[in-house]
Design a protein around this ligand. Structure first.
Ligand SMILES: Nc1ncnc2c1ncn2[C@@H]1O[C@H](COP(=O)(O)OP(=O)(O)O)[C@@H](O)[C@H]1O
Ligand SMILES: [Mg+2]
Length: 314
């Protein structure tokens, strides 16, 4: 599978994309929402890097800051502090004109609500053509590219259907084609399978996987869906506006030479040396306020401060 964007559009350059520098760099990212006198800290020092062509899933409880992060990555919302660079754009210090250009050239966005992604009175083909038409691509080129993209998402036989004539899963396929129409280097999806059943969700994730592999697009997907875990190399957990842990998956060969997926969970260490200890660990050892750290040649040990707890009880 391969395609070329119409003339005047950004084209994919798989080779260039592998140039070593991360596609997304968030360093100590902060977002504070102010409503009247109230401040909500939605992101409090989030660190994340994503490599070109990588696909990651973001998981976390409701209200943990997932959508805030995605909206900032998509240039729809402006961060309050920290560093964030995507495809060479500094999203913290960007003027409005650059922001518009960034959104239309670098980013493809897919929302959870299927209805939000598509215009109801346009056919699938017209929905995919629209971003190209708006970008000023010639009609014949947009038409050919739209057909190619709809073929990529497996809908070549539904091109002239309107959204209402398509199932939820098919609508999200069209939404992915729309998001790819401007030849983005980063695809962002906020719970794209939230309204779909398990089987359809799995199909949509396989499609993301294809797009990532074949078109070399960097993909960040927010999801509640545990089924996706075997479809991404990395799952990033967000807790209270910070990355709390990352699960990496590796392909291993077992005794019979068959490949098996192995998952390992990591805590994330920021530049200041901070890390979050999982709440299960904290509860199990009743860690609070202070812990004792000791260094061995190959590890750091964390001990409860039994003396301190004792002193406070006395
Ligand atoms: N536009 C906004 N104005 C004020 N508070 C917001 C806004 N968007 C999100 N928040 C708050 O920021 C926090 C993170 O929200 P959000 O990023 O939507 O979480 P998630 O997507 O993980 O459920 C929540 O406390 C939410 O209420
Ligand atoms: Mg959300």
């Amino acid at each position: 599978m391969s395609y070329t964007a119409p003339e005047g559009q950004q084209t994919y350059q798989p080779g260039a994309a592998r140039s070593g520098k991360p596609r997304i760099i968030c360093d100590n990212l902060v977002k504070i929402y102010k409503i009247a006198d109230l401040e909500v800290v939605a992101l409090q020092g989030l660190d994340l890097t994503v490599d070109p062509g990588e696909m990651i899933a973001i998981v976390g409880a409701s209200g943990s800051g997932k959508s805030t992060l995605l909206n900032i990555l998509g240039g729809l919302d402006v961060p309050s502090a920290g560093t964030i660079e995507v495809s060479g754009y500094d999203l913290l210090n960007m003027n409005e004109q650059d922001r518009v250009q960034y959104r239309s050239e670098v980013i493809g966005f897919i929302w959870q609500q299927t209805a939000r992604n598509l215009l109801p009175y346009l056919s699938a083909r017209e929905n995919v053509e629209l971003p190209m038409t708006l970008a000023g691509a010639p009609g014949f080129a947009s038409k050919a590219f739209a057909e190619e993209l709809l073929d990529v998402v497996g809908l070549s036989d539904r091109m002239d259907h309107k959204p209402a004539q398509l199932s939820g899963g098919e609508q999200q396929r069209v939404a992915i084609a729309v998001a790819l129409a401007n030849g983005p280097s980063v695809l962002l999806a906020d719970e794209p399978t939230g309204e779909l059943d398990t089987a359809t969700s799995a199909e949509i994730f396989s499609l993301f996987q294809n797009v990532q592999r074949e078109l070399d697009v960097t993909i960040v997907v927010v999801t509640h869906d545990v089924e996706v875990s075997d479809k991404v190399q990395r799952t990033v957990s967000i807790r209270d506006g910070r990355v709390s842990s990352e699960v990496l998956r590796f392909e291993d060969l077992d005794g019979d030479g068959d490949s098996r997926l192995r998952a390992e969970e990591y805590a994330v260490l920021d530049k200041a040396g901070r890390l979050q200890i999982p709440s299960e660990f904290i509860e199990e050892l009743q860690l609070e306020r202070r812990v004792r750290l000791t260094l061995d040649p190959d590890r750091v040990n964390v001990f409860p401060d039994r003396n301190g707890q004792q002193r406070e009880k006395e």
